[in-house]
Unconditional design. Structure first.
Length: 501
């Protein structure tokens, strides 16, 4: 008994509290929710005839759920069940005057979906799982869609996840969620019986798209404001709006086939992994993405080869920038890379029919980071307009973590670091004066230039001029190997110790 008394009381949530939590979050997201009835039936709160409406930026929509049941399980948790199928209709305003709107009918199917709510009124957590969730486009009606027969369906299998909703101050809501699915299958089929004629050809056209993704994982975290507050992004960020998330998938395959009067165009591909990330708050904005083991093939009447193939081992991008005014320098970053890319021999043959160039996989990497001090909020249109021709801030530093370009037997690599004096805008013609150095190395460059001259792709006199310029900036450090150290110091520019400015 003493042990039982010492244990903390478990948080409990009631069916009414869960329903109120759902209702508050829906309304904060800009939805208008109405119901036919909300009544207790023993240990269950039954909501019937629920309708959800949205209206924003030229799009209106309405969905309906026949019944929701919130059942007290007797252990402080609530089981939520709802209709296994419900529709949602979207109406998109016309882009030009005189045209009518476009209407979409979407059906959501979620048989066997289990949702368990726990926690308390202030912080309600939801764990969900289900064998299958399907979102299907069942019809399109509108000016350009009346004669188009299109069906689309996205099906998730073995779904599981959780989300935590915490109401905050000033109509804000914190949302943290995670989600997994064993697979995603997307299919699109469409027919246009009378497309816009191309090159005098007429006749029906068809579209088929199939995409499969395995091992999906996603997270979303953020502090969200009301729909009205989000209308002004600058103000919303200052008021505390923030969001970040990730999406990762395993093996992915896709194929698209378009058939028209000219023939059949096909695109197929696959990848081993894929990822996307994003974050945004009052101080910074970032996007990132990547893929590994990717392959792409294309064929069609407009392609002058039987098939074009492209593949790469890895590709990635990463972008981070400050967006809010700061007193101290803030981080920025830029990465783009594609590693071991190969293309069809038919493409090489267009400019190298005799095979003089090595056709080794190509790689390009630009990996940089630095700091900058912003004096103006980039998300504030009025503040940006008031700047006129002035810069919104100052560049403080730039680090080149990696520079690499490898193609046709030649490879350029480099790295370096620079800082900038924003009080000196004279020495380098309006640019803040840099201090630091950049190290570069080129291997196989002379051999590549010789081959390009022999192939007639580069004039010999231009290559001679380029080699003369290289001799000013670089030293020979090996067979067909050049290196150079570019340095900025004391208001001067030096190449391998020789002052050029």
């Amino acid at each position: 008994m003493a042990i039982a008394c010492a244990a903390p009381a478990l948080a409990e949530v009631t069916p009414e509290q869960v329903w109120e939590n759902w209702l508050a979050f829906s309304q904060s997201s800009g939805q208008t929710v109405t119901t036919e009835s909300v009544e207790r039936d023993g240990d269950t709160l039954v909501v019937t005839g629920m309708k959800m409406a949205i209206a924003q930026e030229g799009v209106t929509g309405e969905g309906s759920i026949d019944e929701l049941r919130f059942t007290d399980q007797g252990d402080g948790t609530v089981a939520v069940t709802m209709s296994e199928t419900y529709p949602f209709n979207l109406t998109i305003a016309p882009a030009e005057e005189g045209e009518g709107p476009t209407s979409l009918t979407i059906e959501v199917r979620q048989p066997g979906l289990s949702i368990i709510a726990s926690g308390d009124k202030a912080e309600t957590a939801y764990d969900f799982s289900g064998p299958e969730i399907t979102v299907a486009l069942t019809s399109i009606e509108g000016v350009d869609a009346e004669a188009v027969d299109v069906t689309a369906e996205a099906k998730l299998s073995n779904v599981a996840g959780k989300y935590l909703i915490v109401p905050g101050e000033n109509e804000s809501t914190a949302l943290n969620s995670s989600f997994t699915a064993q697979s995603l299958v997307l299919t699109v089929n469409g027919t246009d019986p009378d497309p816009t004629p191309a090159d005098g050809e007429t006749g029906p056209s068809t579209l088929k798209v199939n995409v499969t993704m395995a091992d999906m994982e996603a997270t979303t975290n953020g502090n969200f404001l009301s729909a009205a507050a989000m209308a002004d992004m600058a103000a919303a960020l200052k008021a505390g709006f923030a969001s970040d998330g990730t999406i990762n998938t395993g093996a992915t395959t896709y194929d698209m086939e378009v058939t028209d009067a000219t023939g059949v165009t096909k695109i197929t591909g696959k990848s081993a992994t894929n990822s996307i990330g994003f974050s945004m708050d009052a101080t910074s904005l970032s996007y990132s993405g990547g893929a590994t083991g990717a392959e792409l093939s294309m064929s069609g009447p407009e392609i002058p080869f039987p098939q074009i193939n492209l593949a790469y081992a890895e590709a990635a991008f990463d972008f981070l920038m400050p967006v809010g005014a700061t007193e101290a320098p803030a981080d920025f970053a830029f990465l783009t890379k594609i590693v071991d890319m190969t293309i069809s021999d038919e493409i090489w043959g267009m400019f190298d029919p005799t095979g003089q160039l090595p056709r080794d996989p190509a790689t390009i990497v630009i990996d940089t980071k630095g700091t900058a001090t912003l004096t103006t909020d980039l998300m504030d249109p009025a503040a940006m307009e008031a700047l006129g021709d002035q810069a919104p801030g100052e560049l403080n530093s730039l680090d080149i973590n990696e520079l690499r370009a490898k193609i046709a037997g030649a490879e350029l690599t480099g790295n370096g670091a620079l800082t900038f004096d924003n009080t000196d805008l004279v020495t380098y013609g309006g640019m803040p004066a840099p201090t630091g150095k950049i190290d570069l190395k080129l291997v196989g460059g002379n051999t590549l230039m010789d081959k390009l001259v022999a192939m007639g792709l580069l004039p010999e006199d231009q290559v001679m001029g380029f080699r003369m310029m290289l001799s000013m900036f670089a030293n020979a450090t090996g067979e067909d190997e050049l290196s150079s150290t570019l340095e900025f110091k004391d208001g001067g520019f030096f190449a391998n110790g020789q002052q050029l400015q």
